[in-house]
Design a protein around this ligand. Structure first.
Ligand code: AMP
Length: 214
């Protein structure tokens, strides 16, 4: 099963994708994670996208389509792919359709995760991840049981994203409404869209997502 998780920053796409990976042997393809990895390893690509990402703007279609193409043509996934944070523009959506065709796959479902803007700001302002294993936490909603150590791997190297600040978040939300939200109509017209309420406890959203994927 190949699915897209669609929604604004902070909607919980990454959190839900990671649980699907653990439970359904799916592969998460997050262009945001790929771009952050390029920055951490100091590649030319990483240097090119750093400023754009920190401001909360979108990197070019060409760059992210290239990243997805590379993954789709080199990765096998028995459980299917979860596209997280991709596509974000109509051009990327068209390109994804063509790439899936090229590798003999298709898209099964697009799940839109709906969350109020006010909640997004709250979610984003408090989130952090473990630098050791990537486990996600939140100051208010999901603290590690020992605040100094990751529950999962014991590391105390916690990281906060540089673009999780008020100015970038405004730009990211604008980019979502201007460039990404038209995908809701695009996939609705293709009869592939399902919408779920992304508010509430992680486990409740997980149950709604599971229902949408039946
Ligand atoms: P994310 O982790 O999905 O919130 O992405 C973090 C940042 O990476 C975004 O604010 C963009 O600057 C960039 N980015 C990630 N995915 C895409 C995409 N599909 N198209 C354009 N820019 C992207």
């Amino acid at each position: 099963m190949n699915i897209i998780l669609l929604g604004p920053p902070g909607a919980g796409k990454g959190t839900q994708a990671k649980m699907l990976v653990d439970e359904r042997q799916m592969v998460q393809l997050s262009t945001g994670d790929m771009l952050r990895a390029a920055r951490t390893s100091g590649t030319e690509l990483g240097k090119t996208v750093a400023g754009v990402m920190d401001r909360g703007e979108l990197v070019t279609d060409e760059i992210v389509i290239g990243l997805i193409e590379e993954q789709l043509t080199t990765t096998n996934s028995a459980g299917g792919f979860i596209f997280d944070g991709f596509p974000r523009t109509l051009a990327q959506a068209d390109a994804l359709g063509a790439l899936l065709d090229k590798v003999g796959q298709s898209l099964d479902c697009v799940v839109e995760m709906r969350v109020d803007d006010e909640i997004l700001v709250k979610r984003i302002a408090g989130r952090f991840t473990c630098g050791g294993c990537g486990e996600g936490y939140h100051d208010e909603f999901k603290m590690p049981s020992d605040p100094a150590k990751c529950d999962n791997c014991g590391s105390s190297d916690f990281k906060r994203r540089p673009d999780d600040n008020e100015d970038s978040l405004k730009t990211r939300l604008m980019a979502y409404y201007k460039d990404t939200s038209p995908l809701i109509g695009y996939y609705y017209a293709k009869n592939q869209l399902k919408s779920i309420d992304g508010l509430g406890e992680i486990a409740d959203v997980k149950a709604r997502l599971a229902q949408a994927l039946v």
